[in-house]
Design a protein around this ligand. Structure first.
Ligand SMILES: [Fe+2]
Length: 363
């Protein structure tokens, strides 16, 4: 009796919130039924307010659910206009979509995370542990379900174009001229070719000169996003580091020709004032490259380790600016404008929102 009353109500609600399919309220959660299933505790689509000028953007990565979720109050205290996930939102390490969805739901309903989620718009991308398994790429079975679980977690409506294409890459243009900010979120997993294992101890991968990270369709999309963009600040979010290239772990440098292609694309399209954000490394650092043909220094600001950090205190990176911060951290961008030129403070912040390191760029 009660069910017969509630179910039509939920169908109507699902229709109005943008699901293009009739929802099937089933316990099953596999790739077949995933796109027809809505769990209103785990998925409450909400439209982002893109009209708002962003002045503070927080981001982070690498969040183990079995460790204390005690960073969120500090992140809220930093008063961000937006939170960007840079991957390893959870460590599910599974190809079972139901298990993955359950992990996301545990985080989303966690009272500490809700402090952020209920106040601040959230966008982002997965890395390997929330995509499938450690260092996974295009061969991951059930990757469509991994994408679906991510987008549900992020409350991306079913009407959004990202739902209809392969991969989870996204772009957002925030604010009003002349202070628009474009955030481009890359998918470095869904299409990424095979890594070549390095037999040397301490180094994991050899360069794969043939391999690609993005796929042609994502490259074409990225070029369109960068070409003649009206934004005066561009933020390119990549789960793995783009610039740091001396370490032996995951990085764009494992695919040297893809990395070169990305840098060449920036020089070709010359988007106004582009800054890279990355995660993955269980430490924070800022890497700077002066790229011939690009009229500003290119920075890759890495923040990783919301719940845990690495043991080793240093690794070579000749392009690093300031220290490598091996403490639990999140990243904060504070943006102000001098006319139409952004001044961006890149801040590494700790558990209590304390400042651990700061570097300011006047573009
Ligand atoms: Fe991680």
């Amino acid at each position: 009796m009660r069910t017969s009353f509630v179910r039509p109500f939920l169908y109507c609600l699902a229709y109005f919130i943008g699901c293009s399919h009739q929802p099937a309220f089933t316990q099953e959660y596999d790739d077949e039924t995933a796109e027809k299933t809505i769990d209103l505790d785990a998925f409450r689509p909400r439209a982002l307010d893109l009209s708002k000028n962003l002045s503070t953007i927080a981001f982070g990565s690498c969040n183990k659910l079995h460790l204390p979720q005690d960073m969120w109050a500090g992140i809220v205290a930093s008063q961000p206009d937006l939170w960007i996930w840079l991957g390893d939102i959870i460590y599910a390490d599974t190809t079972d979509a139901r298990a993955l969805a359950a992990h996301y739901k545990r985080l989303k309903t966690h009272p500490e995370y809700r402090k952020l989620h209920e106040r601040v718009p959230v966008i982002g991308i997965y890395d390997d542990h929330d995509y499938g398994t450690n260092d996974a790429g295009k061969g991951m079975p059930n990757k469509r379900a991994a994408k679906k679980c991510l987008l549900d977690f992020l409350d991306v409506p079913y009407s959004d174009p990202v739902r209809k294409r392969e991969g989870a890459y996204q772009s957002y243009l925030f604010g009003k001229p002349p202070h628009q900010i474009k955030i481009i979120v890359l998918d470095t997993r869904y299409f990424r070719d095979t890594l070549l294992p390095d037999p040397n101890p301490g180094r994991r991968y050899l360069p794969n000169f043939e391999g690609d990270i993005l796929s042609e369709v994502q490259w074409e999309w990225l070029e369109k996003e960068l070409t003649n963009s009206p934004a005066k600040l561009h933020i390119l979010a990549s789960s793995i580091q783009v610039l740091a290239n001396e370490h032996g772990h995951e990085k764009w440098g494992n695919f040297p020709n893809a990395r070169k292609r990305l840098l060449q694309l920036l020089v070709k399209t010359k988007p106004a004032n582009l800054l890279i954000l990355s995660g993955d490394r269980h430490m924070a650092e800022i890497t700077r490259m002066d790229l011939q043909g690009l009229p500003y220094p290119l920075y890759d600001f890495t923040s990783s380790g919301l719940t845990h950090v690495r043991n080793s205190q240093d690794e070579p990176n000749r392009m690093r600016v300031g220290p490598m911060v091996v403490r639990r951290n999140f990243g904060l961008l504070k943006i102000r404008w001098e006319g139409d030129r952004p001044v961006v403070s890149m801040e590494v912040r700790g558990l209590q929102n304390e400042l651990l390191y700061e570097h300011t760029v006047r573009y």
